[in-house]
Design a binder for this molecule. Structure first.
Ligand code: SAM
Length: 263
């Protein structure tokens, strides 16, 4: 069981996503416990103010440190474990599948969701164990980022996904992207599922899937290919895809050279 506290000024944001699908099932089954902690409840001001103007001037507002420090103190060491405190931030380390697997092994996590122009730097200095970003773009708040991370880590908690193989076969879990998938009907709008998948020959299906996984990864995410870890058969597929791509490029250049100018 993992206990996750989410510090936010918008607790209602999470109502629908935690009320459906695998996360709801995991909560109901006691595999994950999620507490929404409203940062405004920890404001000392009469109007529950949680932000203020930036020192030195500039645009927007900054989240004040005191309510966040108080909120973290309040959630305390519940269950005997100190939470790992994670600040969602576009400046944090990029969240990955590996990190999802590691976080799923923790007993407690507290996410701090920033808003406005961000969070007073002393929160990072005095409270936060790590800052995580979900990508190189800026969201209006950390809530969506917390949700992404919780979705990803919850899949790694034993029992949350019924079939273990759906997790171990996921893209990013192994070395390659997942192969393309099809379901009924076999023929649709002139497009067909590959006949091998309905052949009933499990050996051929496995080969086809491996081929597709490796080829897709070379074509779409060559940065994921770690040449040092490839098996002999994987290396052959990688070489073949690269050779075909090289040949296609060469033909394109030849065709372009043949075209009359301005065409
Ligand atoms: N002014 C900040 C900057 O340029 O670094 C951005 C603040 S952003 C508008 C408000 C909050 O959204 C941040 O404090 C953070 O909690 C969250 N956030 C925005 N983009 C994010 C990302 N890519 N990953 C994780 N959290 C993000």
């Amino acid at each position: 069981m993992i206990l996750i506290d989410i510090l936010t000024i918008f607790p209602d944001y999470f109502e629908s996503p935690f009320g459906i699908g695998l996360i709801k099932k995991a909560i109901d089954a006691g595999l994950i416990s999620i507490r929404l902690v409203d940062i405004r409840h920890f404001s000392a001001s009469r109007h529950n103010q949680v932000d203020d103007c930036p020192f030195g001037g500039g645009a927007g507002m900054v989240m004040k440190p005191e309510p966040i420090f108080r909120a973290i103190r309040h959630i305390g060491r519940g269950g005997g474990y100190k939470p790992r405190v994670i600040l969602l931030s576009p400046q944090g380390i990029r969240f990955t599948q590996d990190r999802a697997v590691q976080l799923a092994g923790l007993k407690r996590i507290a996410f701090i969701c920033g808003r406005y122009e961000g969070v007073d730097e002393r929160v990072s200095e005095g409270l936060v164990d790590e800052e995580l970003s979900i990508g190189d773009y800026v969201l209006s708040g950390g809530e969506a980022a917390a949700l992404v991370i919780i979705e990803a880590l919850s899949r790694q908690i034993p029992g949350v996904v019924g079939n273990k193989e759906s997790v171990s076969g996921d893209t990013f879990y192994g070395k390659f992207l997942k192969y393309p998938q099809y379901t009924r009907p076999q023929h649709y709008l002139g497009m067909s599922a590959p006949p091998v998948l309905v052949s009933g020959d499990h050996g051929k299906i496995e080969d086809w899937r491996m081929n597709q996984s490796v080829s897709r990864t070379v074509q779409r995410r060559p940065d994921l290919i770690d040449h040092g870890t490839l098996s002999e058969s994987e290396r052959k597929i990688v070489d073949k895809v690269n050779r075909t791509a090289g040949e296609k490029k060469r033909l394109r250049v030849l065709n372009d050279e043949k075209l009359p100018e301005g065409s």
